[in-house]
Design a protein around this ligand. Sequence first.
Ligand code: 5CA
Length: 440
Amino acid sequence: MLRTRFPVPTQKDDPSEAQIVSHRLMLRGGLVRQASAGIYSWLPLGFRVLKKIEAIVRAEQNAAGAVEVLMPTIQAADLWKTSGRYEDYGLEMLRITDRHEREMLYGPTNEEQICEIAAEFLKSYRDLPKNLYHIQWKFRDELRPRFGVMRGREFLMKDNYSFDVDEAAARLSYHRMFLAYLRTFQALGLTSIPVRAESGPIGGDMSHEFVILADTGESGVFCDRGLLDQPVPGPVYDDPEALQEIVDRWTGPYAATDDMHEPARFEREVPDSKRVEARGIEVGHVFYFGTKYSEKLGVLVDLPDGSRVPVQMGSYGVGVSRLVGAIIEACHDERGMLWPAPVAPFQVGLANLRQNDPACAESASAMYDSLTAAGVEVLYDDREERAGTKLADLDLLGFPWQVVVGPRGVARGVVELRARATGESAEVTPEDALQRIQGA
Ligand code: 5CA
């Protein structure tokens, strides 16, 4: 992609409204632009990251046996009156009236809507289990939207809903999603920690938040270091015993907690060297709530003995747009972002330091062509800008690789190849640069 065709409105100075580093970097790097409080437009660079995160979340959902659907953003208020949450949800819910005076709302979550859909095709125990997900925008009229996309009013969520015949089967679905979340966050380049949680307005008696560690996190997390070093298991979704073991391992006696009373226990029981007290950002949240919604919304199945029972449900959310900010919180330095390769908007930033020099322009565009032909995603800064501006932008935007073309190198047939995260740099031939990038 040519930078002259792909708008990245970077800013040199810190925007005054941003309190945390991810918000500052997202505005300075031209990833998003605020439309109104807690509502953002996604500019080309930010949009690429969002789509990459979405694709990784989707792939693991599919691997875990969930099936994708797409529900609307706007829902009928009647559904929520039936579940009893229309009043409960309070001022966080954006209520809308259409031209026929029908009450509608912009969905903050989709338990009710999915029940209405599932009631259509879940009739018998033979129709179970099912697990449906979608990736759709939500709206919550947060009292204090802040930290950019981390606590927005409009935000993108992956949410799924499991339907099972009894509690044992529902717990198995929960365990599958538990593993799917460990694997998803790892695939995004992050270490996630499941933390026992309150279930809040979603309800139910079993719930875990998945947090990633970052200094600016909103919740305190206490855990045994061993929990962070455990290898994330393979996709053993069809093995109930292995799944149970995995959940036990991550929720055992030294599992993470944000409970105020637990730190004392940690201090007693976990040696100093293994105690982690940190701050975390909630990037996912899973719930098991039994028949709370299925009963009221009539999602019932026939059992073999002829009786009819409400199905057992859980719901599972990942904050897709929040993750863009959360990843930056976890991965940056004083010069800018440091994208983990799986979510980097481009793998390579190519900068031509002397755009109006014909030899440099030729060399840079040959490098661009060979990277592109090899399927490497590259943003070529072909603007007529000062070298210093281009180099600062490369660091700010944080693509894993930087290829710098300048007149002195071109004269000797070399380019400068730099790894953004480590700062390691080498003068190599364009062929070598391509090979090293491809080999990484
Ligand atoms: N129905 C359930 C699970 S599908 C649910 O809504 N859970 S939730 O409320 O915990 O939200 C799921 C995830 O969405 C959270 O873990 C968080 O990562 C993200 N999220 C929640 N509120 C916001 C917000 N205001 N801005 C950005 N992301 C948010």
